[in-house]
Design a protein around this ligand. Structure first.
Ligand SMILES: NC(=O)C1=CN([C@@H]2O[C@H](COP(=O)(O)OP(=O)(O)OC[C@H]3O[C@@H](n4cnc5c(N)ncnc54)[C@H](OP(=O)(O)O)[C@@H]3O)[C@@H](O)[C@H]2O)C=CC1
Ligand SMILES: O=CC(=O)O
Length: 324
């Protein structure tokens, strides 16, 4: 058996493949693999570790001749046409749960960072611009404020839990459906999207990117938010209309933004958002800890080995592929 990874995999993945006598090739080039390059390589492999690479219907159909599994090293799977994979009988898996704590940490870090303008103030130190000012560049306290979670699932829950424990924040959330267990545990209140916009001091976005959520945070949404509000995004860049976000921040319609994800990625260094005082941007590092990347690599390889042996994956995103 031979598998291919569209980027370098964690050490544990390599080790477990070796123990199972499965050969691995990794994409080593400096540029992300193109569709053409991928299609040239696919015929030589039995399975693929997918790391943010796009797998559209055409690639999936082409892969179906020999590929027995697409094992993603991410929880988000909007880059894969899962419907087509199911249609062509390819099991697809992701890495849920193991990255929830690390990703929530980044949401929490950005929240504090923006509230206290930490990046901006650090830059003042680097620039030799450290002045003793009493009334300038002031942040705000998170304690007792209202956190609005858009997409209270695995990561949203951990973010809300941290915010409640650390800052006694009042939790409101908006999902497509209510989750009463979570409501009881966090004393959280389910609200409509418009109520979430109007009532939140901080909005933390944790939904998946879907046709419904794409650009849902647009000019209209920013108009409905408090002027003092902060928006944090650790889900996917495309959930926010970045031009509208810039306008909303620049005009004072909203107060600040913390982004771990942007559209496109990487964000260009001359993006005007980076020049704003109340914006903190990170290069998509939600799950980037040694422990979490190892756990993701382990789960991904377990899924791959199961699929190559004709068994059900641990965390399939298209379990219907196993139905007769
Ligand atoms: N920055 C990073 O490095 C990382 C980013 N991510 C991103 O985080 C996302 C969330 O991961 P995870 O928490 O595990 O996923 P979950 O599926 O557990 O949570 C997503 C939540 O979003 C809600 N949701 C989905 N669609 C909508 C909608 N249209 N309106 C409102 N709520 C919606 C779902 O609830 P319901 O079905 O009831 O609507 C669900 O509760 C991933 O999809 C990925 O994009 C993940 C890991 C790392
Ligand atoms: O963005 C990361 C993921 O796991 O999804």
């Amino acid at each position: 058996m031979k598998v291919f990874a569209t980027r370098k995999v964690p050490k544990i993945t390599r080790e477990l493949l070796e123990q199972n006598q499965i050969e691995l090739d990794e994409w080593h080039e400096n540029h992300s693999i193109t569709k053409h390059e991928l299609m040239e390589l696919i015929p030589g492999y039995d399975g693929i570790f997918v790391m943010s690479t796009q797998f559209d219907r055409e690639i999936i159909e082409f892969s179906s001749k020999n590929i027995k599994a697409l094992s993603l090293l991410s929880v988000g799977f909007e880059n894969v046409d899962v419907k087509a994979a199911t249609e062509f009988g390819i099991p697809v898996s992701n890495t849920p749960d193991v990255l929830s704590e690390s990703t929530a940490d980044i949401a929490f870090l950005l929240m504090q960072n923006v509230a206290r303008k930490a990046f901006f103030n650090y830059k003042r130190v680097l620039d030799g611009n450290w002045k003793r000012e009493f009334n300038d560049h002031l942040g705000f306290d998170l304690s007792g404020k209202t956190l609005g979670v858009f997409g209270l699932g695995r990561i949203g829950f951990v973010t809300a839990k941290r915010s409640k424990a650390a800052f006694d924040m009042n939790i409101i959330y908006h999902n497509r459906s209510r989750n009463e267990e979570v409501e009881n545990e966090l004393n959280a209140k389910y609200v409509s999207f418009d109520e979430l916009l109007a009532q939140s001091d901080v909005i933390s976005i944790h939904s998946a990117l879907t046709p419904e959520t794409e650009m849902i945070f647009n000019k209209d949404a920013f108009q409905k938010m408090k002027n003092s509000a902060v928006i944090i995004n650790t889900s996917r860049g495309k959930v926010i209309d970045e031009k509208a976000l810039y306008e909303a921040l620049k005009s004072g319609k909203i107060w600040g933004a913390g982004l771990d994800v942007t559209d496109p990625e990487p964000m260009s260094a001359d993006n005007p958002l980076l020049a704003l005082e109340n914006v903190a941007v990170l290069p998509h590092i939600g799950s980037a800890t040694k422990e979490t990347r190892t756990a993701m690599g382990k789960l991904a390889v377990e899924n791959m080995i199961l699929a190559l042996n004709g068994k059900r994956m641990k965390t399939p995103v298209n379990p219907e592929v196993y139905e007769d």
